[in-house]
Design a protein around this ligand. Structure first.
Ligand code: GUN
Length: 295
């Protein structure tokens, strides 16, 4: 079987065009410019790249963006004070605090402090709860991007056996929640596997769709999947550097082996990655529309 390669780069491009048009319309008809702020604490190089991409994409789509880079030794109180200020800033519709935070800052306290209406990550417990009961305001960006990849590639989730590998609050738990909702692009039977699962292969071998979000290279190999499976690879693992010092990144799936059995598969890079930022832009647009009373 030759697997269909699901291009997140292409699908993200389409969605960005749609967002760009809507942003222009919002400005023209209602004089509203969506505003996004990103807050980065410390100098983690990967986080710096992500935050830079968010600024660049905002600018390309006509979204106002602001960036706060804080030193690694910023106190929790100072970070909470900044969030309080941003909660009250009328230019800002979406607040994103880049994770992970330095160890001395309590992540839960920070996520709880963001106004749920500006929580474009969908990480505040109010938004997590709203998703759980099928009434979401903001879907978390990576899981929402995964759902869009499936829908826009014509992959049916209704009644499908979906196995999610990984139970993080950012990907594993919310994608499971999204795909089990009673609605279009969902209605799946979902299993979540994790580090304490007795036999992951037992589950992955009967999956129609596998969502690999384990954070480990080669977590999913060809012997663990059935013919015709659909694979969404969320992993970004650095396995070394090139002679020029460039990071070599791979997903959680042994792409070369698994693609021989799969019906469709996402590459790394160029799969889930470009979708995450795109969905953040969509949530920022949505936040601006909610604030303007348009939805
Ligand atoms: N770090 C890795 N993924 C994410 C994300 O989706 N949002 C935030 N805020 N931080 C992250």
């Amino acid at each position: 079987m030759t697997a269909q390669i699901i291009s997140g780069t292409e699908i993200a491009k389409q969605i960005r065009e749609e967002i760009k048009q809507e942003v222009a319309e919002l400005k023209e008809k209602h004089n509203v410019v969506p505003g996004l702020v990103t807050v980065l604490v410390g100098e983690d190089p990967a986080s710096q790249v992500y935050v830079g991409q968010k600024e660049k994409t905002s600018a390309a789509l006509g979204i106002y963006s602001e960036r706060h880079d804080l030193p690694a030794d910023t106190s929790e109180a100072d970070l909470l004070a900044l969030i309080d200020k941003l909660n009250k800033d009328p230019k800002i519709h979406g607040i994103l605090v880049q994770l992970p935070l330095p160890k001395h800052i309590n992540e839960t306290n920070v996520l709880f402090a963001i106004d749920p209406k500006k929580d474009v990550d969908g990480f505040h417990p109010v938004n997590v709860g709203k998703l759980m009961i099928g009434e979401p305001d903001y879907l978390p960006c990576t899981p929402h991007g995964i759902q869009q990849l499936l829908m826009r590639s014509g992959i049916e989730t209704d009644g499908a056996e979906v196995v999610v590998v990984g139970r993080s609050n950012i990907v594993g738990k919310p994608i499971a929640n999204i795909l089990l909702q009673k609605q279009k692009g969902a209605n799946a039977t979902v299993t979540i596997c994790h580090t304490h699962t007795r036999d992951i292969s037992f589950h992955t071998k009967r999956a129609d769709i596998i969502i690999a979000a384990a954070g480990k290279a080669n977590a999913i190999t060809a012997d663990m999947v059935k013919e015709g499976v659909v694979i969404i690879d969320v992993g970004v693992n650095e396995i070394g550097k090139t002679a020029e010092g460039k990071r070599i990144l791979v997903g959680d799936v042994d792409f070369e082996g698994v693609k021989e059995k799969a019906r469709a598969i996402t590459p790394v890079p160029g799969g889930v990655g470009p979708m995450t930022i795109t969905m953040l832009m969509l949530n920022t647009l949505r936040a601006a529309k909610i604030k303007a009373g348009l939805i």
